[in-house]
Design a protein around this ligand. Structure first.
Ligand code: MN
Length: 133
């Protein structure tokens, strides 16, 4: 996933809730990740028009177009289909995980965000790419 030896992985956080966005950003910055942010599907598409991130954290409930619809579009677009998408979901409802996977997410993280585990969980989704020190 790295294009250069020392560049930290870049995570695009798509989240409209300020508290969640600030927490996720702080935890991932502390772990050494590069961060991009979007608060809507439209903003996310703008970000994805630039350099591709290594991972996308996708809030499911967004104003306007929802996160699962956006994930399907990302999967269907050859320019972005290689980027893993991890759902951020507050829904503990049965079947929610399945809906995320059906939309093309590689997995999901339930909210509220667990501050002690979040960065390690993200590192796990990045596969063999270890979190930077
Ligand atoms: Mn939301």
């Amino acid at each position: 996933m790295y294009t250069t030896d020392n560049a930290p992985p870049v995570v695009l956080i798509v989240e409209d809730n300020q508290a969640n966005l600030l927490l996720a950003r702080a935890l991932l910055r502390r772990a050494g990740y590069g961060i991009e942010e979007a608060q809507s599907a439209e903003e996310a598409m703008e970000r994805l028009g630039g350099t591709a991130p290594d991972l996308i954290l996708m809030d499911i409930q967004l104003p306007g177009k929802d996160g699962l619809s956006l994930t399907r579009e990302i999967r269907a677009n050859p320019a972005t289909s290689h980027i893993p998408v991890v759902a951020l979901t507050a829904n503990a409802m049965l079947g929610d995980a399945e809906r995320c996977l059906e939309a093309g997410c590689v997995g999901y993280i339930t909210k509220p965000i667990n501050a002690r585990e979040f960065a390690a969980t993200v590192a796990g989704f990045l596969g063999k790419v270890a979190a930077p020190q």
